[in-house]
Design a protein around this ligand. Structure first.
Ligand code: SF4
Length: 371
């Protein structure tokens, strides 16, 4: 018998989910209703065992990867006014800003100086910035630095297209040609319009979000997928989200990773309370088990804090994400965690794993260190 299935049996009886456990252990895909049952299953350890089994099947070595990257929030001006967002300022607001190019270059220089490779440049949906602004900025960045631009969101891409009177695919092709390498999954929130209408009524619909991701993947840009849970949604909304991501991945194979993170309520119009660590671990585990066609699952230490992120490595995660260097969007909603490269590696090691640096394509980077 496979030792992993032995450990699964030893950890608990999987009471009430024996049939799902059997599917997971034999490599059979679980169904939507199975996912719903896992969300309701009270024994968190059972979920950890199954998620860890899936993780070890995909990543037998106990390596946890991370990338040295930084966020650059080039503008906070945004007309979309999502109710869960504390970062934006409406056009004309005294605190609205657009960073000068020189300020963006300085931030990238700081990143390059510590061996960083990934720039997550995202901002508000600024009604003044057309495609020429982004093409010019991307070209200037690429002419100066060897960095991977993992930047912009579906909402930004759609707005650039609309403002510039271009189709989505043409917009993406032009941005890609100018230096946009990949598209992060930001703005996925919950891919269910019942939820999207409540938390972000002016933002892209489920179909639009999936359509932009599909278009990006078609032209060869890798993307990631995220899920922001813990606002107004129910477990079936979360499952709808996971199902839609899995379906698109079956078609395109273009998602390199999935990241679940919880709604941060401080100073947001939506308000409310924070989802628990228990909920994070449960959601992480169910995502790992259900999304059998996505290779990498990333921790969200920015929203959960480093201690929960360490624990979550036992719930199916194999990646610690980006060092970030700077984070303004989640921190505007009351969460303030920062981490150095050394601290990130230390945390991965003390959790029992081997830290390895990667690039944005999840390829290991040879650092010369034994790590
Ligand atoms: S989440 Fe993005 S699109 Fe929504 S209000 Fe904030 S900055 Fe604007």
């Amino acid at each position: 018998m496979n030792p992993l299935s032995l450990s699964a049996k030893a950890a608990g009886p999987m009471q009430g989910i024996e049939d799902i456990a059997e599917k997971v252990l034999t490599g059979e895909r679980i169904a939507y209703d199975d996912g719903m049952r896992l969300f309701r299953h009270s024994n968190l350890t059972d979920l950890a065992v199954l998620a860890d089994f899936v993780r070890r099947r995909k990543h037998p070595e106990l390596i946890v990867t991370y990338v040295i990257g930084r966020n650059i929030n080039y503008t906070n001006i945004c007309w979309v006014r999502c109710k869960f967002c504390a970062f934006y300022r409406i056009p004309g607001h005294a605190e609205g800003y657009v960073l000068p190019h020189e300020a963006i270059f300085r931030k990238i220089e700081e990143l390059v100086a510590v061996g960083g490779t990934e720039v997550l440049m995202q901002g508000g949906v600024n009604p003044r910035l057309k495609i020429e602004y982004f093409e010019d900025l991307l070209r200037q960045i690429k002419a100066r630095y060897r960095v991977h631009m993992h930047s912009l969101s579906v909402a930004e891409v759609m707005h650039i297209a609309r403002l510039s009177k271009l189709g989505i695919e043409e917009t993406l092709r032009r941005l890609h040609a100018a230096g946009l390498d990949s598209l992060p999954g930001a703005g996925g929130e919950i891919l269910d319009d019942e939820v999207r209408r409540q938390i972000a009524p002016y933002k892209d619909t489920t179909e639009e979000w999936l359509g932009v991701m599909c278009a990006a993947q078609r032209i060869g840009m890798p993307t990631t997928a995220t899920m922001m849970y813990g606002s107004v949604e129910r477990p079936d909304h979360r499952m709808n989200h996971l199902q839609r991501v899995r379906d698109l991945q079956d078609e395109t194979g273009g998602f390199t990773a999935f990241i679940a993170w919880s709604f941060q309520p401080d100073d947001t119009e939506l308000g409310g309370s924070r989802a628990s660590a228990f909920d994070y671990l449960r959601t992480t585990a169910v995502s790992r088990i259900f999304l059998d066609n996505i290779d990498n699952m990333q921790a969200s230490w920015v929203t959960q804090g480093p201690k929960i992120a360490q624990v979550a490595l036992g719930y199916g995660l194999n990646d610690y994400g980006s060092t970030m260097m700077e984070e303004n969007v989640v921190s505007a909603a009351g969460t303030q965690f920062v981490m150095s490269i050394e601290e990130m590696e230390r945390q991965i090691r003390t959790a029992g794993y081997i830290p390895k640096r990667r690039d944005t394509y999840y390829r290991l980077v040879n650092t010369g260190a034994s790590g």
